[in-house]
Design a protein. Structure first.
Length: 237
C-alpha cells in the first residue's frame, strides 16, 4: 500500500530520503563506475560485489575495496577516484525520480522537515543539490561517513532526525534497498520502499520489509486532492 498525503501530513513531522535509487535515478552511475574501475586495473568485475557492499558508507566501501582486492591506493585515494569519475554524471545526468520534485514542494508547503541520509559522499550530494537548485528543499543532509557506520545501522537516520529536531518516531523514511529499509526501521522510523530498476529482483522482499511501498513518488502525489499549501495548519493533533 502507498502512504496517502493526508496520512503523511498528519502522522509525521519529517520525511527523510535515501538518495541514490530513491530520490535520484543514479544507481546506474555506480554500475558503470565499478565496472570501469575494475577494468582499468585489469581485474574481473565480481558478480557479487553490489550485494557485498550494500549499505556501506562511501568510506567503508573504499576500505572494503582496498582490503579485499589488495589495491595499491589508499582509502582516500580510492574515494577521490570515485568522486572524479562520478562528479559530472551527478551534475548533468542523474534526474530526480518521477514525482520527487512535486512531492518535495508539497512537504515544504505543508511545513514538514526534509532530510537526506545517504551512503554517498558529501561532495557528490552537494554537486547534485546545487546543480538541481534543491538546497532550499532539503533541511538536513547526513552521510554515513559522518557517523562512521553504514546501513543497516540506524546512525545515519538518527543523526538526520537530530539535525532536523524531530523525534525518530515522527519521521517517515523512503528507501530503495533492504539494508536501508532496515536502517530506517532500526532507527524506530516508519519506512516506505521505492521501486528501482537496479534492485528489481528485490522488490517483493522490499515490500514485505517496509510499512509502505511505491513505484515512484507520483503514486503519492497524483491521486490526492488535499495537497494544497497550508492544509497541515488545520490538522487534528
Amino acid at each position: 500500500m502507498k502512504p496517502e498525503l493526508r496520512e503523511i501530513f498528519t502522522r509525521y513531522d519529517a520525511v527523510i530520503f535515501d538518495m541514490d535509487g530513491t530520490l535520484v535515478d543514479s544507481m546506474w552511475v555506480w554500475e558503470e563506475i565499478d565496472r570501469d574501475f575494475f577494468r582499468s586495473r585489469g581485474m574481473e568485475f565480481p558478480d557479487t560485489l553490489h550485494k557485498e557492499i550494500e549499505g556501506m558508507s562511501f568510506t567503508e566501501t573504499a576500505e572494503y575495496f582496498v582490503k579485499t582486492y589488495h589495491m595499491a591506493e589508499t582509502v582516500e585515494e580510492v574515494k577521490a577516484v570515485w568522486n572524479r569519475m562520478a562528479m559530472e554524471k551527478y551534475r548533468t545526468k542523474t534526474p530526480l525520480k518521477p514525482g520527487a520534485l512535486p512531492f518535495l514542494e508539497l512537504l515544504k508547503q505543508n511545513g514538514l522537515r526534509t532530510g537526506i541520509a545517504t551512503s554517498n559522499s558529501t561532495l557528490l550530494v552537494d554537486v547534485f543539490l546545487k546543480a538541481r537548485h534543491l538546497n532550499g528543499m532539503i533541511d538536513a543532509v547526513t552521510t554515513s561517513c559522518e557517523v562512521n557506520r553504514g546501513k543497516p545501522a540506524p546512525d545515519v537516520y538518527l543523526a538526520t532526525a537530530g539535525k532536523l529536531g524531530v523525534a525518530p518516531e515522527s519521521c517517515l523514511v523512503f528507501e530503495d534497498l533492504p539494508m536501508g529499509i532496515l536502517a530506517g526501521k532500526n532507527a524506530g522510523m516508519d519506512t516506505c520502499a521505492v521501486e528501482d530498476a537496479y534492485s528489481a529482483e528485490l522488490w517483493e522482499e522490499k515490500k514485505q520489509m517496509a510499512d509502505f511501498f511505491i513505484s515512484d513518488f507520483t503514486d503519492i502525489v497524483k491521486t490526492d486532492s488535499i495537497c494544497r499549501p497550508g492544509w497541515r495548519q488545520g490538522r487534528m493533533m
